[in-house]
Write a new protein. Structure first.
Length: 135
């Protein structure tokens, strides 16, 4: 999903801005991208829930043995920040790709919102790598 938004920002927007019907091209392309957005959102939710449950099951079983005492507060803090940023990405993805009249303001000039979505996506990827090293 982040790669798709990166493509929109780096490739499609510069091409569309050279055309006379740039708004219609951009809005139709973003709306067609909505199927991929829904699939990615569902995949991220399912895999995130699985990882969340797996981490806490492992932490609980390790702490029950009493052999390993660890402070998980940093992990939980980073996880909370990551989940908040994922929520922001979901919100921006929905705003940019779904054809509701309320979202027209964002969809007509999507450059800054695409930039923000890609930056948030990169932050989530780095936070995920950091959490893998902590876990």
């Amino acid at each position: 999903m982040i790669g798709g938004f990166f493509f929109f920002r780096v490739v499609l927007l510069p091409i569309a801005n050279r055309r006379a019907d740039s708004e219609s091209l951009i809005s139709s392309a973003l709306r067609r991208f909505s199927g991929i957005v829904w699939a990615a959102l569902l995949t991220v939710l399912i895999s995130g829930l699985y990882n969340f449950i797996t981490f806490f099951r492992t932490a609980r079983s390790i702490s029950a043995t009493g052999t390993f005492i660890s402070d998980y507060s940093l992990y939980i803090l980073v996880l909370g920040v990551k989940l908040f940023i994922v929520f922001l990405i979901f919100t921006l993805a929905i705003i940019l790709t779904f054809p509701y009249p309320v979202f027209d303001v964002f969809q007509k000039k999507p450059a800054r919102w695409l930039n923000l979505t890609v930056i948030f996506g990169l932050i989530v990827i780095f936070l995920s790598a950091f959490l893998r090293r902590l876990g």
